[in-house]
Design a protein around this ligand. Structure first.
Ligand code: NDP
Length: 326
């Protein structure tokens, strides 16, 4: 009855440290990564328990690869107790959109479409494992957990920052028009690479809520989280060098939003595995935008941009088409 979790993007940052934390708790961790050698080296370097990990290939920006990953996972014959949607790219300096094999703008294709498709291909496994004995946890709900971010939640100061623009999916006209060149933004407006990242994260947070609405009767728990500002992960590798120096300092000393990678990984592991975080579904867990010693997590409201029912349902329907499920 060893519990099994898939973590996307477990080769660095939050996903890597969450893998360590969950493997240390006795979970079997399937590290879903695009660079197998890098993932192996990273897991060895920080000591992700080798007996409790498997590394499988996935490129979330490529829908054929996502489908192959699901087949490869099913071939292992393992149950699935939790799916952690963590991987992301942040490419704020692109001058023109990069495209996925399907022709979609790459940040939305990777961070949102890839996870949307993967979650659909594996939701049956989560449902089948719901309530099964899970090691020390005992019989407990399965969980689909998605990394959100403060910059996609305008309830937070960090979500109001207008550089380059706050997350906003607008009227979804870009998606409705097929989301292929020359279209690069969900709202159909001009390409802003930093906003494309924020939009993709907002879409992921909406996806989690929609899963909760549509699949709640399965008993599976669907939550998002913001583990704090992990300002020194490789997520920021494509920002200007000066930003990479100043941003962690600013978050540590001015906003006090900074958390270390091990702490962010531990918080993420708690949302995946600890009973307290399965008491509610359809919520966004946060430790706040400013870190304080011993601060307790709380379920945070999301901005109106994430809770517009009719728009969110349309987003779901259009995304089903974009990933070939409708
Ligand atoms: P990292 O860049 O350290 O990790 C991102 C992971 O995603 C890496 O393993 C990366 O693989 C993987 N990845 C990227 N593209 C693909 C792809 N096409 N297919 C498969 N895997 C891919 O970033 P973080 O740890 O900082 O970010 C993790 C999550 O946390 C993200 O969802 C982010 O939005 C969220 N988050 C981060 C915060 C922060 O302050 N850093 C704050 C709040 C949320 P590779 O190693 O091969 O590049």
């Amino acid at each position: 009855d060893q519990p099994v979790v898939i973590i996307t993007g477990a080769s660095s940052g939050v996903g890597l440290w969450a893998a360590k934390s969950l493997a240390d708790r006795g979970w079997m961790v399937i590290m879903a990564c695009r660079d197998l050698a890098k993932a192996e080296a990273a897991a060895n370097e920080i000591g992700v328990n080798a007996a409790n990990r498997r590394i499988l290939h996935i490129d979330l920006g490529d829908q054929a690869s996502v489908r192959k990953f699901a087949d490869d996972f099913h071939a292992l014959g393992l149950p699935l107790d939790a799916l952690l949607l963590n991987a992301a790219v942040y490419l704020p300096r692109l001058e023109a959109p990069m495209r996925s094999p399907e022709g979609y703008e790459i940040s939305v294709a990777t961070n949102y479409f890839g996870h949307f498709l993967l979650a659909h291909l594996l939701i049956g496994d989560l449902k089948a494992s719901n309530g099964r004995p899970k090691g020390k946890l005992g019989a407990s709900p399965s969980r689909l957990i998605t990394l959100g971010t403060v910059t996609a939640n305008s309830e937070e100061f960090g979500g109001k920052i207008p550089i380059p623009a706050p997350a906003d999916l607008g009227d979804l006209s870009g998606l409705a028009s097929g989301f292929k060149a020359p279209i690069a933004m969900i709202d159909g407006k001009d390409f802003k690479p930093g906003k494309a990242y924020k939009d993709s994260k907002l879409a992921c947070m909406i996806m989690s809520r929609e899963f909760h609405k549509r699949w709640a009767d399965t008993g599976v728990v669907f939550n998002t989280l913001y583990p704090g500002c992990v300002a020194d992960t490789p997520l920021f590798r494509h920002t200007p060098p000066a930003f990479q120096r100043i941003f962690p300092w600013f978050q540590k000393n001015i906003t006090k939003g900074y958390v270390s990678q091990p702490l962010a990984g531990e918080r993420t592991a708690q949302v995946v595995a600890d009973p307290a975080f399965a008491s509610q579904s359809g919520v966004h867990w946060s430790w706040g935008n400013r870190q304080k010693e011993g601060r307790m997590p709380f379920a945070q409201p999301l901005s109106a941009r994430a809770t517009l029912e009719a728009r969110n349902e349309r987003l779901w329907d259009l995304t089903m088409k974009a990933v070939g499920l409708a």
